[in-house]
Design a protein around this ligand. Structure first.
Ligand code: GLP
Length: 258
């Protein structure tokens, strides 16, 4: 049974869905600017997020100049994860992804969009420093999440309990295959490891927004909604969060509906 604490927003297609997500994000960002209380954003990468960031950039770019300037001054975001071994300037790093899709189009200073240091000689130390930075900033306000084809969130691969913290993880064969299109279609070119926020930090966010589009995700979404805290489906731990929004298009939800 799906807990009634979840807000499900369903739209016909990804375009309409992203407009709905952006309505929510814009409202929250406006409030936080007016109240001078900017909670760090938790951001994700991946194909699901590309149309979302495009819609967000279009919406925020239309803000009056002084308001946009305030947003630029206050912006602080933490990404979920980064590949180990890719320097920030590598075109396939998540750092590059964020520069392309969000920082440059919005005129944000890249130093305000934080990601784990995948190029560190000491990835475990980099993970610990990243967790400390999230904690020093007061934790995450709104956390955006995509859904991995094996049920991972961030790079929290199955099996995975809800207490795991920011750490270095070995990527599964399924995940390397899922992310191969960004690496010339070759799973072997996808890095073997990543640094990811753990479910602990993700579940500590004030709000969680799980965004799922496309028929290829309908099976794993169904599984996620059917379980309650199943280590084999890491995303199912999200159902225990008191403020979870599930944003889905028709294709991802399939025929049956929630
Ligand atoms: C990736 C990322 C996740 C992302 C998910 C879904 O591996 N680590 O943060 O949300 O898998 O990716 P996509 O949106 O490309 O399907």
């Amino acid at each position: 049974m799906i807990p009634d604490t979840i807000t499900i927003v369903r739209r016909l297609n990804p375009e309409q869905l992203m407009e709905a997500v952006v309505d929510h994000l814009e409202h929250r960002l406006l409030n936080s600017i007016e109240q001078m209380d900017f909670c760090p954003l938790g951001l994700a990468t991946g194909r699901t997020m590309e149309p979302l960031y495009a819609a967000l950039v279009a919406r925020l770019s239309a803000w009056p100049g002084d308001r946009l300037q305030l947003l630029r001054q206050r912006w602080l975001s933490f990404n979920l994860d980064e590949y180990v071994g890719l320097p920030p300037e590598h075109p396939r790093s998540f750092c590059s992804f964020m520069g392309r899709h969000l920082a440059r189009p919005l005129g944000l200073d890249p130093s305000q969009l934080l990601l784990p240091d995948g190029a560190s000689e000491d990835p475990a130390g980099a993970a610990a420093r990243y967790a400390a930075a999230v904690s020093a900033a007061g934790g995450i306000g709104m956390q955006l999440l995509g859904l991995g084809s094996n049920g991972h969130v961030g790079f929290n691969e199955p099996p995975c309990v809800s207490e795991v913290r920011c750490r270095v993880v070995t990527l599964s064969a399924t995940t390397r295959k899922q992310n191969a299109p960004a690496f010339e279609g070759s799973p072997n070119l996808v890095p073997l490891e990543a640094i990811t926020l753990g479910l602990y930090e993700i579940l500590a966010a004030n709000e969680i927004h799980l965004i799922v589009t496309g028929a290829s995700k309908s099976g794993i979404l169904r599984k996620t909604l059917d379980r309650d805290g199943d280590p084999n489906v890491p995303a199912s731990w999200l159902l225990r969060h008191p403020r979870l929004w599930l944003w889905v298009d028709d294709a991802a939800l399939g025929e049956e509906g929630p």
